[in-house]
Ligand binder design. Structure first.
Ligand code: 26Q
Length: 819
């Protein structure tokens, strides 16, 4: 019988229908005439899967038999977005599937809408991981993405009386057709207990971990298809399950209820995604999640992916584990434990291997976002790993003392172990010491990482540090999300741009072509109308058809300064209702917000309430009707982003300089022909350099200016006192105008701004308003605006995640280690 896979269904409408009906009847077990939309969606998804299967099997075989270096991407988050459209795109089956469904009497759009996106991430970091695995498959780079199969992803956001209410995201409730469970490939993961010394038969002193309890990891495989290249890589997500031994111990004690509860305890590990995307709290379950998926992944790679007789001294030639922030950093002591305790390597040799197997990406600049774990907790959960961390630290500090004799302060600064406010492990330091390379995610952040976050380390090993500017996948964020623009681009310069985004440059001359500009503007208008239809159905919002669409979508955080946007909106509104500006002098704008707040982030939730309050008041005020509108659709996610971004005219990227590591939404907007109003922060810096100052609205302090103001002592009240417009704006909010006269309802946000303002909103207010006036002037000239928008698209090809992947390959994954 055949050694390879049997033939996939024929890539014809007839072939597709046959496969679909087979899936419906024999897979789902229903007749077409009796099937629900969900049955049809599941059968359609499984049909598309069939077309990917041969490529998946073949890619898997090639990886196993070949000797290419594999990228093991370790990430606690993958914010994948809907899968159906992407799979149809990868297989080039969009038209065939649509026609096949039509002939079955089914509207494929309804099936697309049935899919619940897997929201296994919080925001930028998780979405970046999803873009990276897409690009690696498209570039045919061997990659296994490792992560956690959370039963509940990022919460679904609803608003009740303007306040955020979180609803559990039961994305698996109706079944997920995209995952392949492999319970037979379960891995045991140990926790707790203690360590013991023993002497091996060569007389060497060894350590063994005697764990206290364990759980099983069950892998669920997902296909990661490349764009029409036949490659299908794997994403392997781990789900926690109680072990037999786990139950038996307690069952034997006769306490059934306790035993069942214990099972729940084990399975809690992969139950829910932590919804904080900064200021992590040292939650025990979170550390369990981190070690759980890392231990499963390392074991899987060493025991199942490598050939049986593999010489582990060659490990760095076969794998590079990329650490997506510090969340998987416990992998470093875990690999040391495997090599030293289990495989019997000497420490030095194991350490040399380990350091060449890891590379670390840092995604933050906020000191409060740097992960630390208390020694008490780490020692209790992972006693052997704590010993190994101590040992790593001791040997490392010895080296430092040798390099800088007498500089004990430096050694203390560089210690993995912090002493205050409690003894704890600094995961970023462990990551840096244990990795071959360390990178930031945009030029500015990489520089600040070297200068401010890890200065001693970059002085000690400068060659270790590098930058890889983030990118986004053009497949999802242009081709899938913006078919109209894609068709226009392809009609103009051909279709190569989809996998070679620099080709967008060829659009530049068309910016001066009035005919092309008209088509480009028509695409934007059609995308707006599509968005408004969706928001009307989804959120009951009725928005004017011909206003500038001004968009601020991202997680809610003080440093991202949603309040600055709010002050701008209120100031425009105040200008009109106070009679300062006649309504016919105002450029019509529709403001769109999208933002989830971490459930425990009180002030962020107050800001959400205030945005909703301002929106309700302005939308109901006849004096500004049709001119100023504010929309805050709930539950911003990848699916909604794919509708909002292609419709945007203006992209708001207004973080305080020096705080946003990169941003990736900023790139998606530019690539979809929105102009950016932004600070000199994160990847905005590079966007502005590429698109040119004339096509970017820059405002605000630079990072050094922010630092200088901090050093002088920042007092927001001074700005409030001295700026009349700012004062009127804040006073209107404080007066209760937007909160039914109840001043208390806006007081926390207002007081925070006027008395603390940790992210200097008031200091940048005037500069922001001035830039917004320049935006208005530019928008009044539609030809000039569209020209700029086209140049934004043409000059943003750099921000493809394919380019990011090439940079990782050149600078990190295929480059020789520092030593
Ligand atoms: C850590 C420990 C405990 C609980 C939660 C966390 C946690 C989870 C998620 C900490 C951070 C995150 C996410 C961070 C993030 O999304 N950072 C963003 O990464 C993007 C991709 O590089 C950048 O573009 C953004 O600038 C950055 O904010």
């Amino acid at each position: 019988l055949a050694a390879g896979p049997v033939e996939p269904p024929a890539s014809t409408v007839e072939g597709f229908i046959e496969a679909f009906l087979r899936e419906l009847n024999y897979g789902q077990g229903v007749l077409l005439s009796r099937s629900t939309i969900n049955d049809q969606y599941l059968a359609l998804a499984r049909t598309v899967r069939e077309y990917l299967m041969a490529g998946w099997l073949e890619t898997g075989a090639l990886r196993r038999e070949g000797d290419r270096k594999i990228v093991g991407y370790l990430s606690a988050e993958y914010l994948l977005g809907r899968q159906l459209g992407n799979a149809l795109l990868a297989t080039n089956l969009q038209d065939i599937a649509e026609e096949a469904m039509r002939r079955c009497g089914i509207d494929i759009a309804a099936l697309r809408a049935q899919e619940i996106e897997p929201g296994l991430g919080n925001g930028g970091l998780g979405r970046l991981a999803a873009c990276f695995v897409d690009s690696l498959a498209t570039m045919d780079v061997p990659c296994i993405g490792y992560g956690i199969r959370y039963e509940y992803g990022i919460f679904r956001q609803t608003f009740e009386n303007g306040r955020q209410v979180e609803v559990p995201d039961s994305w698996l409730a109706l079944g997920s057709p995209w995952e392949f469970p492999h319970p037979e490939r379960q891995v045991r993961v140990d926790f707790g207990g203690h360590t013991e010394k023993w002497t091996d038969d060569q007389g060497r002193e060894r350590t063994r971990w005697v764990p206290g309890w364990n759980v099983l990891g069950i892998p669920y495989h997902h296909m990661v298809p490349g764009f029409r290249n036949g490659t299908v890589n794997t994403l392997r997500l781990w789900s926690a399950k109680a072990t037999q031994a786990f139950d038996l111990q307690i069952f034997n004690s006769g306490d059934y209820a306790t035993a069942v509860r214990a099972q729940t305890f084990a399975e809690n590990i992969s139950k829910v995604l932590y919804p904080e995307d900064s200021t992590p709290q040292g939650k025990e379950l979170r550390l369990q999640q981190q070690y759980f998926f890392v231990a499963c992944s390392l074991h899987d790679f060493i025991a199942n992916t490598l050939p049986k007789d593999f010489d582990l001294r060659q490990l760095p030639e076969r794998i590079i584990f990329q650490l997506n922030d510090t969340h998987p950093v416990i992998a470093i002591p875990e690999l040391m434990r495997i090599l030293v305790d289990i495989k019997g390597f000497d420490w030095d040799e194991a350490w040399d291997i380990t350091r060449r197997c890891f590379a670390y990406t840092c995604h933050t600049l906020l000191p409060e976002a740097l992960e630390v774990w208390s020694v008490e907790l780490l020692g209790r959960l992972l006693p052997r790993h704590l010993e190994i961390i101590y040992q790593i630290n001791e040997l490392f500090l010895e080296e430092v003392r040798q390099a800088f004799p007498g500089d004990e302060m430096r050694a203390r600064r560089m210690s993995i172990i912090a002493e205050h406010p409690e003894r704890s492990v600094r995961m970023a330091y462990l990551a840096t010491i244990g990795s071959a390379k360390v990178n930031g995610v945009a030029e500015l952040q990489s520089q600040l990482l070297r200068d401010k976050v890890l200065p001693d380390f970059s002085e000690y090993e400068p060659a270790k540090f590098t930058n890889v500017t983030n990118g986004v996948t053009p497949r999802r964020f242009i081709y899938l999300a913006n078919r109209r623009l894609s068709n226009l681009i392809t009609d103009t310069i051909g279709s190569e741009w989809v996998t070679d985004l620099d080709r967008l440059r060829e659009l530049e001359p068309y910016a001066d072509d009035a005919g092309f500009r008209a088509e480009f503007a028509a695409v934007k208008q059609a995308n707006k109308e599509r968005l408004f239809r969706l928001l009307s159905v989804r959120d009951g919002l009725e928005l004017p058809q011909h206003a500038m669409l001004d968009v601020l979508v991202k997680r809610l955080h003080e440093y991202k300064r949603q309040t600055l946007k709010l002050l701008h909106i209120v100031s425009l509104y105040e200008d009109v209702i106070s009679g300062t500006v006649a309504i016919d002098q105002v450029v019509p704008r529709t403001f769109i917000f999208g933002a989830k707040a971490a459930p425990g982030y009180h002030l962020a939730k107050e800001i959400i309430f205030l945005i909703n309050s301002v929106a309700a008041t302005i939308n109901a005020d006849e004096r500004v009707k049709g001119v100023l509108s504010v929309a805050f659709p709930a539950n911003y996610n990848v699916t909604l982003a794919e509708k909002i971004i292609p419709a945007a005219d203006l992209s708001e990227q207004i973080s305080l300089a020096g705080k946003e590591a990169s941003g990736t939404g900023n790139m998606k907007f530019a690539l979809n022909g929105a102009l950016t109003i932004g600070t000199d922060d994160g990847a905005n810096v590079e966007i502005r350099q590429l698109v040119g100052d004339d096509n970017f609205f820059l405002f605000g302090m630079t990072e050094p200016e922010v630092e200088a103001l901090h050093a002088r002592g920042y007092n927001p009240a001074e700005y409030y006192e001295s700026n009349d417009k700012l004062q009127r704006t804040i006073n209107l909010i404080a007066s209760g105008h937007f909160t039914d006269g109840d001043r208390a309802l806006s007081a926390q946000v207002v007081d925070n701004l006027v008395t603390q303002d940790p992210f200097m909103v008031l200091a940048d207010f005037q500069s922001y308003l001035d830039a917004q006036a320049r935006v208005d002037a530019a928008y009044r000239d539609p030809e000039r605006w569209t020209r700029s928008a086209i140049l934004n698209v043409a000059r943003s090809g750099f921000f493809s995640s394919d380019r990011s992947m090439r940079d990782y390959l050149d600078r990190i994954w295929l480059s020789s280690p520092v030593e």
